[in-house]
Design a protein around this ligand. Structure first.
Ligand code: N01
Length: 526
């Protein structure tokens, strides 16, 4: 029997293994993929890259690691990030505890033994005192049920299951369904090589420029010196990023100054338009209208055909209601003669035909179809595992109306099961949020060992209070009425509930620390 089984060798699971190993526990990390990296293993589509500064997303548990790894760009592409995670696994000798190609399909809590019996897709059974889910927030791909796909003679791929072998897009007729962050990254790459590109857009997004740039040696030296400052800045900012909002309201400066700041952000790297803007752009309607109008103007400036520009302007949400995709030449794609934008609101897809995609208007011939249709986010990858807690209760059932946890760390009735990067806890720069959880879980296990405890779970009352708090963090913000994966609203039939935590990283960390200081308030031990 292991002390701990960790599920998922993405950025959070790898760190969890590192910390548990350091605590002297026996750990088995099971990973469904044939390599480590999680998000950065699966999402290999052309154009996949970080949209937060790589150096602020990587690990901070080792200054040596931070100093020796040199990112080639501010926002590294997928292959470099995958190399980084493999480097970490080898540098800290973690690979010997990682079982690749080992998908967990079931986990049942054995009350008599206070242990988890875990089943893999290969038919193995593993036992551990504790089970830590680090399966990722955006890891269960969503494939819409479009009739005829099974008979489609062309090739098709989901961005999050992109093959390791090169997919030939050059000189072919390519269709992309979906214009979220993944689609917006892929589309300029596809446009560069495809003979024809058809983009099927259901909802337009407010995309802002990534403004990526190489990271020269001088900048690397500067980053090395700033190790503590970067870490502190991330942990003090609500989203875990290096950017911070201005202390000013957008409405207390004159219009010229306001526009100049918007333009400055438009020319700056990363998520600055959202995160380094005036403090009230997502909380005050007029401030929000100002930034939204600025971005509307940018789309009109960049897209030559006014009718196409109007299609690319969101009409169902304002800036900040959803995480904005970051782009590199996205809008200019639609100025090219071989690219067609199909607005699904006017022209819905009916079916795949043998050689194309039929909408209500016409059939588009297609050689390669790409689904950039997102994920059954946050809970999807967890509830697909048949997890049974006390009395055989199913976790999927417990979460049927939306996730229920205390601090996003545990659910009542599921002792010794922890979530890192699970529901109701994570926000913004994911590794900065999940390292709080990894450290919390590790400390909790040490505490239990020191006090001879065998199991821990939250009380139902604590779980209800956390649900109420999580809901209150979105109330009154631009997020509240969004239709997005953060609410599960992209998945037909999924209950609408806020799946993340909008209170910000400093507040989240304070809640986790306060629970410990008050003797693990809200948790019961046995
Ligand atoms: O997924 P999405 P994503 N017919 O759900 C459309 C992170 N990320 O993979 O908006 C037609 O955002 C759907 O339309 P609609 C980031 O946090 C990060 O792009 O639902 N279209 C939408 O356009 C991001 O938020 C990075 O109306 C359908 C698209 O598919 C999150 O992952 C890179 C459809 C899905 O967009 C998810 O991004 C990439 C249907 N039946 C992603 N169903 C980086 O950091 C769905 N769509 C680099």
């Amino acid at each position: 029997m292991y002390d701990v089984i960790v599920v998922g060798a993405g950025i959070s699971g790898i760190y969890q293994l590192y910390r548990l190993r350091e605590a002297g526990l026996s750990v088995c990390l099971c990973e469904a993929g044939s390599g480590v990296g999680g998000t950065w293993y699966w999402n290999r589509y052309p154009g996949a890259r970080f949209d937060s500064e790589s150096y602020s997303y990587g690990y901070f548990f080792s200054r040596e690691l931070f100093e020796e790894w040199r990112w080639s760009e501010e926002f590294a592409a997928q292959p470099e990030t995958e190399r980084y995670l493999n480097h970490v696994v080898d540098r800290f000798d973690l690979r010997r505890d990682i079982h690749l190609a080992t998908r967990i399909t079931g986990a049942a809590y054995d009350e008599a033994d206070a242990a988890w019996l875990v089943t893999t897709a290969n038919g193995e059974q593993l036992r551990a005192r504790f089970l830590v889910s680090a399966v990722g927030l955006l890891s269960e791909p969503y494939l819409p049920a479009i009739p005829g796909l099974a008979d489609f003679a062309g090739e098709w791929h989901h961005t999050a299951r992109w093959p390791h072998e090169a997919v030939e897009l050059s000189g072919r007729r390519v269709a992309v369904i979906g214009t979220g962050s993944s689609g917006v990254q892929l589309i300029p790459h596809a446009a560069r090589v495809a003979a024809e590109l058809v983009v099927f857009q259901r909802t337009a997004n407010w995309c802002t420029p990534l403004n990526n740039r190489p990271l020269p040696a001088s900048r690397h030296q500067e980053l090395r010196r700033s190790f503590h400052d970067i870490y502190r800045a991330c942990h003090a900012s609500p989203g875990g990023f290096v950017h911070r909002p201005l202390p000013l309201s957008a409405l207390e400066v004159d219009p010229g100054e306001r526009l100049a700041h918007f333009q400055h952000l438009y020319d700056s790297p990363g998520l600055t338009m959202l995160l380094a803007n005036f403090r009230d752009i997502t909380t005050d309607q007029n401030a929000n209208a100002a930034v939204t109008a600025f971005l509307r103007g940018k789309i009109r400036d960049r897209v030559t055909d006014p009718a196409v520009a109007e299609l690319l302007i969101p009409d169902d949400h304002t800036f900040g209601m959803k995480r904005p995709p970051l782009e590199d030449g996205y809008y200019e794609v639609f100025n090219q003669a071989h690219v067609t934008l199909v607005p699904l609101a006017r022209e819905p897809i009916q079916a795949f035909t043998r050689h194309g995609i039929a909408t209500t208007n016409r059939t588009y011939p297609v050689d390669v179809a790409v689904f950039a249709t997102g994920f059954d986010a946050v809970t999807g990858a967890i509830t697909r595992i048949d997890i049974r807690g006390r009395g055989g209760a199913r976790l999927a059932h417990h979460w049927a109306a939306g996730p229920r946890t205390h601090l996003g760390l545990q659910s009542a009735g599921f002792p010794n099961l922890f979530f890192v990067g699970g529901p109701q806890s994570t926000t913004g720069n994911i590794p900065r949020a999940t390292e709080i959880q990894v450290d919390w879980v590790t400390a909790c296990l040490r505490h239990m060992a020191e006090h001879g405890r065998r199991w821990v779970e939250p009380t139902a009352a604590a779980e209800a209070a956390w649900l109420s708090h999580v809901s209150s963090t979105v109330r009154g913000t631009a997020l509240e009425h969004a239709t997005s994966w953060a609410f599960g609203s992209n998945i037909p039939g999924k209950a609408r509930a806020y799946q993340l935590y909008a209170g910000g990283i400093p507040a989240y960390r304070a809640h986790c620390e306060a629970a410990v200081e008050r003797g693990y308030e809200g948790f019961t031990f046995g």
